[in-house]
Write a protein that binds this ligand. Structure first.
Ligand code: PLP
Length: 372
């Protein structure tokens, strides 16, 4: 029996240990330690932003982003239905209303041409989420934001190192957010970051992440914030990982191209789009969609792969099909057929940075076998 191939395994063989040792030797393990500021500055610079605010995870970054823009009760925010719950949760928790659009069958990103029809006088922002490896077509979104005076929150959690028409993902709109969960291109174990060019927004984000402590009167609060701080230990990992971002992106693209070659001849598989006129896929995860001719769905394909000890994950379950939102009276009776189809026919295969050429070949062989 061959070794199990996990769906994700990070690479931690750079300066991670060295910087972690520095934390332990110096005693700086809390968010007050020096790596936090260093990581914030280096990360913001890397995506072409003025300010970086490190937080404890990518979901927290979205909560802070929504709050920092003053989005609240009765406001509407447009976002894709095909995304992680964190996006819609941040909007709903703020008392605002998430307004959904369907995604494209091939890029898996929100259909930007569907946004304008959803804009109302209550619309305050568009939450753009880049999905799996290709960025959203930003120019039309930027034009709408300008035309209707809307803010943009860019969720770039899956896009470290990716660009849109040569400009870094994470540099668009008022605020962009990132996650450093271990399956992202760079990881801090758990962690996240907000980046922005506005000193005012940055200041608000810093305050919100730190319980809105009053800089003049400690323990007197004008507003409610959160303790979403990142520790020095996490930032130490982040600094080490960031040093290798270019190498990691090259590696991801190389893995994606390798899968493309090896899987090209297997009938019934819709593979990721290699490039569009605005970006080259970075294959955050290597997604596969079963074509109509395949007589079973993603759950069955994943079950068969797991019998060969190959790790997979299903695609996102769309927001309009989430029981939790139905209970809140949201999205009742809504239908977004492409996202529904992707949720039933899509899954992703091992795509972590530690994946070897032998493992890629093995995954391809097994896939060929189970698709028969
Ligand atoms: C991973 C991810 C998040 C959430 O990040 P966490 O650090 O896991 O909270 C948010 N948005 C997108 C698009 C993601 O992929």
């Amino acid at each position: 029996m061959s070794e199990a191939i996990p769906v994700n395994q990070p690479l931690l063989d750079g300066n991670e240990k060295k910087y972690l040792n520095q934390c332990i030797e110096s005693g700086w393990i809390s968010s007050e330690g020096p790596f936090v500021k260093e990581f914030e500055e280096a990360f913001a610079a890397r995506v072409g932003r003025k300010y970086g605010i490190a937080v404890c995870n990518g979901s927290a970054a979205l909560e802070v982003a929504v709050a920092a823009l003053g989005i609240g009760k009765g406001d509407e925010v447009i976002l894709p239905t095909f995304t992680i719950i964190s996006c819609a949760a941040a909007i709903a928790r703020a008392g605002a209303i998430p307004i959904l659009v369907d995604c494209d069958l091939f890029t898996w990103n929100m259909q930007v041409e569907k946004i304008e029809a959803k804009i109302t006088p209550q619309t305050k922002a568009i939450m753009v989420v880049h999905i799996y490896g290709l960025p959203v077509d930003m120019n039309p979104v930027l034009e709408l934001a300008e035309k209707y005076n809307l803010a943009i929150i860019e969720d770039a959690a899956e896009m470290h190192g990716q660009t849109y028409r040569g400009k870094p993902c994470g540099s668009f709109g008022e605020i962009s957010t990132f996650s450093f969960y271990p399956n992202k291109h760079i990881t801090t174990g758990e962690g996240g970051m907000l980046v922005t060019d506005s000193s005012k927004i940055a200041e608000r984000c810093r305050s919100l992440r730190n319980l809105c402590f009053n800089p003049h009167k400690r323990f007197v609060h004008e507003e409610l914030g959160w303790n979403f701080r990142m520790t020095n230990l996490q930032a130490a990992l982040g600094k080490a990982q960031l040093e290798r971002l270019d190498e990691f992106c090259d590696r991801k693209r190389q893995m994606g191209r390798r899968y493309n070659e090896l899987l090209a001849d297997i009938p019934g598989l819709q593979l990721p789009v290699e490039k569009t006129d605005y970006a080259e896929n970075i294959y955050w995860v290597y997604g596969i969609v079963l074509k109509d001719e395949v007589p079973f769905d993603a759950a069955e394909a994943m079950k068969r792969l797991s019998q060969h000890k190959i790790g997979t994950r299903p695609f996102f379950c769309p927001m309009h099909e989430q029981p939790v939102f139905h209970k809140m009276g949201l999205f009742l009776g809504e239908s977004h057929p492409i996202s529904e189809r992707l949720a039933r026919r899509g899954f992703y295969i091992p795509s972590g940075l530690a994946l070897t050429e032998e493992q890629i070949k093995r995954v391809a062989e097994v896939l060929k076998e189970v698709m028969k």
